[in-house]
Design a protein around this ligand. Structure first.
Ligand code: SF4
Ligand code: SF4
Length: 238
C-alpha cells in the first residue's frame, strides 16, 4: 500500500489507473481506490497503450512482478514501439504472492535451495527500450514520492519498479528484518485519521473514534510514522 500512497500524492484521483491480477488488485477498494479496471493478466500494460492514445488524462498502471513476466512484457514492447506516454508501476514483492509463493524468472532462488538464473526486471525494462526507469524502496516514502514526481514530469513512457519483499514470503525464507511494532501516542495524536484514511494499513483499526495499531499485525515498516504530521506514531519500547 505505500506505493499506492506515494503515487496518489503526485497523481491524485483524476488519473486513469488500470490494474492487473494479483494481491495488489485490492487497491480497488477504498480508501485507496486506485484500480479503475482489471481485465486479465497483462492487460494493465496493453490497455494503458490505448488509454494513452484516447485520453488527455494521465495514465498510471500497476502490475506485479510475476504478472509482468507472465504477460506484461509484450504490452511494454508495444508501448515503446508506438511511443505511448504513461507510467507503469511494477510492484516487485519478490515472489508470486497471490497463489502461494511460487517462483518466477525474477526471483532470487537461492533461499529456496535451487540454482536458477535470476532475470533482472530493470534489465528487461531497459532492454525493451524504456529510457526512464526508477527503482524505489516503497517504505522510504520521501524518496519514493520524489521518484514518482520525476516519472510524472517525464514526457514519454516511464517505469517505476517498487521493490519490497512480501512480508509473509520474507518470513518464510528468513529474510524478514527484525523490527519493532509501532503504536500511537494518544497524547500527541490529533485524531484527524490521515494515517488510516490515506495509508489503509491492515494493522490499523478504529477503537470507537480513535485510531489504534494491532501490534500482532504490524510489521514495523514505519511508513505510518513517516506520514503522521504530528509525529504521534512511534516504535513500541520493550
Ligand atoms: S495521522 Fe497521526 S495524528 Fe493523525 S490520526 Fe493518525 S496517528 Fe493520529
Ligand atoms: S509500522 Fe505497522 S501500523 Fe505502521 S504502516 Fe507499517 S505495518 Fe502499518
Amino acid at each position: 500500500m505505500p506505493a499506492y500512497y506515494s503515487v496518489k500524492k503526485i497523481y491524485g484521483t483524476d488519473t486513469v489507473y488500470p490494474t492487473d491480477i494479483g494481491c495488489y488488485t485490492l487497491g480497488l477498494l477504498p480508501p485507496i481506490s486506485m484500480a479503475d479496471f482489471g481485465i486479465c493478466m497483462g492487460s494493465s500494460v496493453s490497455s494503458s497503450c490505448g488509454f494513452a492514445q484516447a485520453t488527455d488524462q494521465k495514465v498510471v498502471s500497476f502490475i506485479g512482478d510475476s504478472t509482468f513476466f507472465h504477460s506484461g512484457i509484450t504490452g511494454l514492447i508495444n508501448a515503446v514501439h508506438n511511443n505511448h506516454a504513461f507510467t507503469l508501476v511494477i510492484l516487485d514483492n519478490g515472489t508470486t504472492a497471490m497463489t502461494g509463493h511460487q517462483p518466477h524468472p525474477g526471483v532470487d532462488a537461492k533461499p529456496l535451495g535451487v540454482e536458477r538464473t535470476r532475470v533482472s526486471i530493470e534489465d528487461v525494462v531497459r532492454g525493451c527500450g524504456v529510457k526512464d526507469v526508477h527503482v524505489v524502496e516503497p517504505f522510504k516514502i520521501k524518496k519514493t514520492i520524489e521518484a514518482v514526481r520525476a516519472s510524472s514530469e517525464y514526457d514519454g513512457l516511464s517505469v517505476i519498479i517498487s521493490r519490497e519483499y512480501c512480508p509473509l514470503y520474507a518470513k518464510a525464507i528468513g529474510e524478514r528484518k527484525k523490527t519493532r511494532p509501532f503504536a500511537i501516542n494518544a497524547n500527541k495524536c490529533k485524531n484527524h485519521k490521515v494515517c488510516i484514511n490515506e495509508l489503509a494499513c491492515t494493522a490499523m483499526f478504529l477503537d470507537g473514534d480513535a485510531v489504534r495499531i494491532d501490534r500482532n499485525l504490524c510489521t514495523g515498516c514505519s511508513v505510518c510514522a513517516q506520514i503522521c504530521p504530528e509525529n504521534a506514531i512511534l516504535p513500541v519500547k520493550d
